[in-house]
Design a protein around this ligand. Structure first.
Ligand code: PLP
Length: 231
């Protein structure tokens, strides 16, 4: 069976270009992170062969196996999954970006554990933008204080904000939480933080995210097909 990865990526690049045009933005302002959690190495190799360089993973052990196996491809790895203290050492050593930080304690550990021979670890704060009790992410109210503290940590580079809004069907509804995240980002920049990243938008809402200024979109299903979530 031939895989759908390369044609899916081509279709997705058209979607991104169309959305960027509708938003009056250059398409290359938007970085595509291919979310490869639960997907086999072979599909990542196919995406890499089709020119994809940024990949996102949620589960540390699975990610470490892939990063080591694909070392010669020089890919850029983004950790986007749940963070616990006992995982920070490996994340600091093997990833280029972390999108899911929502506590100072975790950020301190990542900064302390970032190896000296690597550049500072790029970091986004995850914001619980829809204020859902069950979801991770710092609250909108606590975001500015946390960002200010994290920006002081020497081995991190705070780049911006990430969010996974509550699901909604229409593009108009999808845009609202993304617009809120953009507003929060603008407030942090106005307060003196130098941020350049809004990590928002997945397979079902990337158009709305791009219209609201997403600079990184994180796309799994539209590239690799559906997942069997076993973890
Ligand atoms: C799984 C995941 C994605 C990708 O979701 P799709 O709907 O498959 O595009 C993006 N971001 C995070 C944080 C994820 O966990």
């Amino acid at each position: 069976m031939t895989s759908e990865v390369a044609p899916n990526l081509a279709r997705l690049r058209h979607r991104i270009a169309d959305a960027a045009q509708a938003a009056n933005r250059p398409a290359d302002d938007i970085t595509l992170v291919a979310v490869s959690k639960t997907q086999p190495l072979e599909k990542i190799r196919e995406a890499a062969a089709a020119g994809q360089t940024h990949f996102g993973e949620n589960y540390l052990q699975e990610a470490l196996d892939k990063i080591q196996a694909l070392d010669e491809h020089n890919l850029t790895w983004h950790f986007i999954g749940p963070l616990q203290s006992n995982k920070t050492r490996d994340i600091a050593a093997y990833f280029d970006w972390v999108h899911s930080v929502d506590r100072l304690k975790i950020a301190r550990r990542l900064s302390d554990q970032r190896p000296d021979d690597l550049p500072p670890l790029n970091l986004c704060l995850q914001v619980n933008i829809s204020n859902e009790p069950s979801k991770s992410g710092v609250s909108v109210q606590a975001c500015a204080d946390l960002a200010t503290e994290i920006a002081k940590l020497p081995r991190l580079r705070l780049r911006g904000l990430m969010a996974i809004p509550a699901w909604s069907e229409s593009e108009a509804e999808q845009r609202k939480p993304f617009a809120q995240l953009r507003q929060l980002h603008a407030e942090l920049c106005a307060s003196g933080l130098e941020l350049d990243t809004l990590s928002m938008g997945m397979s079902d809402d990337l158009e709305a995210a791009i219209l609201e200024g997403a600079s990184i979109i994180r796309i799994g299903t539209a590239i690799f097909g559906s997942r069997t979530e076993t973890q």
